[in-house]
Write a protein that binds this ligand. Structure first.
Ligand code: GDP
Ligand code: IMO
Ligand code: MG
Length: 419
């Protein structure tokens, strides 16, 4: 059996949590392969709403097993908070969640370093989620990181060494902090992690695939935030693209099956960085209001704009997407006209190739399509699609060269149309 991968194709928040939850009945094992609590994956069903940060979005469907893979960075304190809030809502999961021993730990000082680096950048700050993601991956790549499996191996010494090293850097940045409270929470979180089965996840997952177990890999962030292919340096610090599932789980490339690429019918971004189709007018404001575009983790208003097919086609290429999933089309229900960016104009020249970097000289070239002006939120069959909505999907499929297999018309699990 091959592993299917679900990834965001834009700047994150495409609706990955919702769709992983929708697809989970077809899988036995759900895995996360990168990122950490910078993610906020929202699920809505039976009148309830949940936001997951580090835990895979398969936990609400029956007795599926969920694995936090080696590519993930885990903050014990936030992990404990997440576990406790799930338990309080009647979803205990100790038996159904396993954690890779090779996942790296976000230390309390990583969060401080994140803040110190951001503040030192001044106007050119990245606008991170402040969860210590960059510094933790930096330590991983710099071969200074602490892993979940280290908890049982001379941990205190390793921890103290890392903290001392971080304190020196913080002193250079003249960053003031109080570590005591966050360290206390952190160590309580570590005790919480110990209650879970800590596994060699690469063995576990490969064995599962060999035994024909159906496995889904859940991406975090999105292709445009990928450390290599995103809008660098305004990106996150992991490989969010499909190849990240290979390194983040220990799965060989030839064992990748379907690649689900998920995108919004428009586009959003949180934090700083280029966004060629960003809107600063009433249309953008409308997207933000109707789409409730406020960060699931930080509550920050998301920047909104029209769909960018140049960037989307690039993301599809890098990820090898086989099936597309279009989210939040209901947010555009009331627009007379919908714009679609089909090319960029850079220094007076038109191109459909995604450039080395996006900057202020990258201007979107739009094609206009007629809006469907229909409430889509209760539609459950594609036969009921308004003509204009069908035309919008066909236009995207033709440009992108991949079929749109799922359409989401509302946040609830039920508001999903499989084609
Ligand atoms: P993720 O990070 O990719 O899982 O996405 P987020 O959960 O951060 O953001 C997606 C937001 O859109 C959440 O508030 C979802 O509840 C909501 N959502 C998901 N799908 C739809 C949809 O089809 N329509 C609408 N209106 N909201 C949706
Ligand atoms: P999900 O999984 C949207 C953005 C941050 C910032 C940049 C770097 O919910 O789609 P980081 O804290 O990772 O160092 O921040 O990346 N970012 C996200 N934006 N959705 C996310 O996750 C994000 N995770 C990080 O806003 O611009
Ligand atoms: Mg999110």
């Amino acid at each position: 059996m091959k592993i299917d991968v679900l990834l965001g194709l834009q700047w994150g928040d495409e609706g990955k949590g919702k769709i992983v939850d929708v697809l989970t009945p077809g899988y036995e094992l759900i895995t996360r392969f990168q990122g950490g609590p910078n993610a906020g994956h929202t699920l809505a069903f039976e009148g309830n709403k949940f936001v997951l940060r580090s835990i895979p979005s398969g936990i609400f469907q029956g007795d599926k097993i969920n694995v936090i893979g080696n590519g993930v960075v885990l903050d014990p304190a936030l992990f404990k908070a997440e576990i406790e809030s799930l338990k309080a809502s009647g979803h205990p999961l100790t038996e159904r969640l396993k954690i890779s021993k090779k996942a790296h730990l976000i230390l309390p000082t990583h969060r401080l370093l994140d803040a110190a680096y951001e503040s030192a950048k001044g106007d050119s700050k990245i606008g991170t989620t402040g969860k210590g993601i960059g510094p933790t991956y930096t330590d991983k790549i710099g071969r200074n990181g602490l892993r979940v499996g280290d908890i049982f191996h001379n941990f205190t010494t390793k921890y103290n060494q890392a903290i001392e090293r971080h304190k020196k850097i913080l002193a250079q940045y003249r960053y003031e902090y109080d570590l005591a409270e966050s360290e206390k929470e952190w160590f309580e979180g570590l005790e919480c992690i110990k209650q879970f089965e800590l596994i060699d996840s690469e063995h576990y997952i490969n064995r599962a695939l060999k035994n024909n177990t159906k496995v889904l890999a859940e991406g975090a962030q999105g292709a445009m935030l990928d450390i290599d292919f995103g809008s660098y340096p305004f990106v996150t610090s992991s490989n969010t693209v499909c190849a990240g599932a290979c390194t983040g789980l220990g799965v060989a490339p030839h064992n990748i099956g379907e690649v689900y690429g998920i995108f919004k019918a428009y586009c959003t971004r949180v934090g700083s960085g280029p966004f060629p189709t960003e809107l600063f007018d009433r249309d953008g404001e409308r997207m933000r209001t109707v789409g409730a575009e406020f960060g699931a983790v930080t509550g920050r208003p998301r920047r909104c704009g029209w769909i960018d097919l140049v960037a989307l086609r690039y993301a599809i290429m890098i990820n090898g997407v086989t099936r597309l999933i279009m989210m939040k089309s209901d947010v555009l229900d009331d627009f007379d006209t919908i714009k679609v960016c089909t090319a960029y104009e850079i220094d007076g020249k038109k191109t459909t190739d995604f450039p080395f970097e996006l900057d202020d000289s990258t201007k979107p070239v739009y094609q206009e399509l007629k809006g469907w002006k229909t409430d889509m939120t209760k539609i459950s069959d594609e036969k009921a699609f308004p003509v204009e909505f069908g035309a919008y999907i066909s236009f995207l499929e033709e440009y992108l060269g991949v079929p749109v297999k799922i359409v989401s018309v509302g946040p609830d699990r039920e508001q999903t149309i499989i084609r």
